[in-house]
Ligand binder design. Structure first.
Ligand code: ADP
Length: 706
């Protein structure tokens, strides 16, 4: 009895200590350590184990052991929760089992040693544990000596087992909670990573313009969000769709990668569906065989987002989920959202590239020309960008100048310019010339609308060119031309008057020479008569010269109206006039043309008479006039079989007074062809020639159909 008072407080003190320690335990391992140590010490047990029912509720598994030699087989091993082991029986009977003497346990479970390969202890206590009336496991203690379990010890052990059960339950709860928190945190982390990727993508799309790089970034967003998946971007290449960029995991499948890079045909059913619908497409229950895509067995489902150019699919983003055969609603929405962002990014990139090209061009222009660049926003508020004109106009780059470029020049509003700008803001290209009096500058300004993907004008890029000098030069040229025209008119007038006035004295000289010859001819010696003859001939030549000059000046001064004229009738008149028995003048059918009949007569007369005059010795001169239709024009040809003309004179002979021969070989004034040229040009046509020296020449001229 003397030991009673000391044993009981010792056990209850231990229980107290265990309860306190268990309150602080966080894990099951902590719990078992705390329970097994005092149990063994207080009871002088040699070793102990904790067995737990697993989550299936059908098996017992070893959760902790203490006191056994490492590696030694014991009776307490994982196994089914049926009646063949003490722990299962204790649980089934809701009571502890105490085996106090050597052989008790083996007597109750004769097979146990053979089944487990372990050796039974001398005494053993098996304490079942329950949590909320559910079997949780058992606390088992082994003794090397026979052990009488006193009622206090039994209570102590049962309380310990109950405490253990509660602590295990709490640790399990804690564990589950932690798992849930962890899972939730992981989910949040994933969401945040996906969001980060999306933000990075959104930021990148603002600056990145390379289609493949953009696609790579979109795929990265998808990969982070979907995890176990493969992504790729395909572009059309003739009949095939070739993989251009892909997520890094695809490298692990070199055969598939090679196949996709080489290109897949449009006939692949999932691709055909995409090309047909031209909308995001989801393919579930992917079958490598049905789709005809080798090495793609790993995938359960795919999705594709088309990139349309001019309404046709030119490329697509693709995402394949590994092993997952279905697309959830939320995942579909995410895929569509990323696809749409990518699509917008591409449109934005295209617009940016176009704009960059324009701006590059304008910058280059700005370096080489007196130029001013500016841009407006969608409301037409101008900002000056740069240009060599800035300094000249006393302006600064980056200056915002209000709603009209005219505001630049301190209150010189120009309504026309406002209209042009408004047109550009409405999407049309506009162009304007504005003179700024106070600066003495005239600017030629282009307004170029820049549109976004949906065709709205987001800004107007403008370029102003200083055309002051160019306009001045133009004005100068016009002025000079006008002067020239006037002086030509005066010259023609003068030539007309001069030649007209010369006619009378020339006539007088030749008349008087004739009178001297008749009256005093017999009084003159041979030399005197030659002189007189020369006076007559000189006078005659001078008369021809004056006549020709008159004709030349009359081409302009006496212009008749252009009317339909029958060229055939005119030819016949001329041919009759020039007829001699020693020559042949012929024609083909000739058309009716728009002409001044008298000038056409003159033209044919000059060309035909030249053809007759410049003939070869011993060859009967032959001139033929033909005409060929050439659109609204008729091309006339006047061919002769005369001496021909060297090519180097083709231009010169049309100039006035230019002759290739002396008067001793061919009489002439060098005015005839100049007259011809003037007549043809006055009719709007052209005059030229082809010739083979020694064989003949052909003069061509064109006249409009009558
Ligand atoms: P001209 O009064 O001298 O004939 P034209 O102006 O008619 O003046 O011709 C200029 C020159 O062109 C002639 O002097 C002659 O040398 C050359 N010419 C014109 N027509 C012919 C022709 N049919 N064949 C060869 N030479 C020609």
């Amino acid at each position: 009895m003397s030991s009673q008072p000391t044993t009981t407080p010792a056990l209850s003190e231990r229980l107290q200590a265990v309860t306190e320690a268990l309150a602080a335990a966080r894990t099951q391992e902590d719990v078992f350590e705390i329970v097994l140590t005092p149990a063994l010490e207080a009871m002088s047990a040699i070793a102990g184990v904790v067995m737990l029912v697993d989550e299936t509720g059908e098996r017992l598994t070893m959760a902790a052991r203490k006191g056994y030699e490492a590696g030694r087989q014991t009776l307490w091993q994982d196994g089914p929760l049926d009646g063949s082991v003490p722990a299962a029986d204790a649980l089934a009977q809701y009571r502890p089992l105490f085996f106090e003497q050597q052989g008790d346990l083996i007597w109750a479970y004769p097979q146990l040693e053979a089944q487990t390969g372990g050796v039974a202890a001398v005494a053993t206590a098996v304490l079942p544990m329950f949590l909320d009336d559910q079997p949780l496991g058992a606390l088992i203690l082994d003794f090397t000596l026979p052990h009488q379990f006193t009622p206090e010890e039994q209570r102590f052990l049962q309380t310990l087992a109950a405490q253990c059960a509660i602590a295990v339950g709490r640790a399990q709860l804690l564990h589950n909670l932690q798992c849930q928190v962890l899972a939730h945190t992981r989910f949040l982390d994933e969401e945040r990573a996906a969001l980060d990727a999306f933000v990075a993508f959104s930021e990148a799309v603002g600056i990145e313009t390379d289609e493949i790089v953009l696609a790579g970034q979109a795929l990265e967003v998808l990969r982070v969000r979907f995890g176990d998946c493969s992504g790729g971007y395909y572009q059309r290449d003739g009949e095939l769709w070739k993989l251009r960029t892909w997520t890094s995991d695809v490298h692990a499948q070199p055969e598939l990668l090679a196949l996709l890079r080489a290109g897949v045909p449009s006939e692949v059913p999932s691709l055909a569906a995409l090309l047909h619908s031209r909308a995001p497409t989801f393919t579930e229950n992917w079958s490598a065989e049905d789709q005809g895509v080798e090495h793609s067995e790993l995938y359960g489902s795919t999705a594709a987002y088309p990139v349309l150019v001019g309404g046709e699919v030119q490329g697509f983003l693709s995402l394949s989920l590994k092993r997952i055969p279905q697309w959830g609603e939320r995942d579909r929405a995410i895929f569509r959202a990323v696809g749409r962002s990518f699509d917008l990014a591409l449109e934005r990139a295209a617009a940016t590239q176009a704009l960059a090209a324009t701006q590059r061009y304008l910058k280059i222009a700005a370096e080489h020309a007196p130029i001013l660049l500016f841009a407006t926003d969608a409301h037409g508020v101008f900002t000056l960008s740069e240009g060599s004109l800035l300094a000249k106009l006393g302006l600064q780059a980056g200056q915002a100048v209000g709603h009209s470029a005219t505001a630049l020049f301190a209150g010189e509003p120009d309504l026309r310019e406002g209209r042009r700008l408004n047109r550009a803001l409405a999407g049309e290209q506009a162009h304007d010339l504005t003179h700024f009096e106070s600066k003495g500058v005239t600017l030629e300004t282009w307004f170029i609308p820049v549109k976004n993907a949906v065709g709205e004008v987001t800004e107007v890029v403008g370029v102003s060119l200083d055309v002051t000098e160019r306009l001045e030069a133009q004005r100068q040229i016009e002025h000079t031309n006008e002067e020239l025209r006037r002086s030509n008119r005066e010259l023609e007038q003068f030539a007309y008057i001069a030649s007209h006035d010369l006619q009378a004295p020339i006539r007088a000289v030749t008349n008087f020479a004739g009178i001297i010859d008749r009256r005093y001819g017999d009084k003159l010696d041979e030399r005197g008569r030659v002189y007189l003859q020369q006076i007559v001939e000189g006078g005659q030549h001078m008369k021809r010269l004056v006549d020709d000059l008159l004709t030349f000046s009359r081409v302009h001064t006496e212009q008749g109206e252009l009317l339909p004229v029958d060229a055939q009738t005119v030819f016949d008149t001329v041919a009759r006039r020039l007829h001699t028995p020693e020559a042949l003048i012929i024609r083909s059918d000739l058309p009716v043309v728009q002409a001044d009949a008298q000038q056409l007569d003159q033209l044919l007369q000059n060309l035909i008479s030249n053809g007759l005059k410049y003939c070869r010795e011993g060859v009967v001169p032959e001139v033929e006039v033909t005409a060929q239709r050439d659109g609204a024009w008729w091309r006339f040809a006047v061919s002769d079989n005369g001496i021909g003309i060297e090519p180097q004179y083709y231009e010169r002979i049309f100039e006035i007074f230019q002759r290739l021969h002396g008067r001793e070989s061919y009489e002439g004034t060098g005015i005839g062809l100049a007259v011809c040229k003037k007549i043809v040009e006055r009719h709007g046509g052209q005059l030229w020639l082809e010739s083979t020296p020694g064989q003949g020449s052909t003069f061509f001229f064109t006249l409009l159909e009558g």
